[in-house]
Design a protein. Sequence first.
Length: 286
Amino acid sequence: MKSFFSVAVAAIVAIAAQSVNADVIGFEDFDGGAINLNGTTNVFDYGAGGGSGGDIFGRAEPFVTGMPFDLADDSAADVSGDGTGGAFPTDSRGLIGQNSSAIFGLVDSNGNIDGAGNPLNNAVWSFDISSAITIDSIDIDMGAIGDWELSSDDGFRVEAQIDGGGYQTIFLARPDESIDPFDYRALDSGTIPSENDPLRLTIDGAIDAGILDKSDAATGALDTYTSTLLAGLAGSTLDIRVSWEGSPSGSEAAGLDNITINGTIPEPATVALLGMGAVALIRRRR
């Protein structure tokens, strides 16, 4: 009896191991393509609670919602406006340009973000991850540009938690004052922005991921970074929280895009097979 039971369990486990898929279990691209996004906290559009004037802690979309000049690369097109204005060829700074899509932007945490004199310092995205056996990784596109200052603890932090169990830092961006200057990627006009003290990214508290750069002019995309700190864990809800680190109050710009939660999901046939196998084993043991 024991022999049959052990062999049956081993067979079911082996089949299950071969019948799972790695898949996207949560996603937010700020362009309307969200997957399993249950809700958000403090996530607003620029001009509608997420920023005004030169300050932003919210969603910005080139040519549509508008955005601060320090976030927008206007060197070849009216990215910071509605697209009907002229370019600003002498623009020397900008995180996203004419080929970029909407992002979550950060400029000046001490500013009048919501239009009522109140700064915002955290935003949360909550994803339903109950369909997954485990989390595999968390990918986020990120970038930054400007002369950041370590003395005021400039930078930003990205944290994650499962089912309210407590946030853990997965990405931390802080100034590297040993680099003077850093040459960023080219603006849309071809101009190379050069700034002191760029942001250096640390992943999962230990991995040096290098300097955060601006978007690629040709594709408009930011670089993708991956955390595996929560790999192998599971739950019902995963929260991603973004906050300023310290109190940046200048014209430096940072941004995030394409928050992606990757996980392992069993195929429907596997779930059914495991259920039938369990029933059969119970009957056999009786």
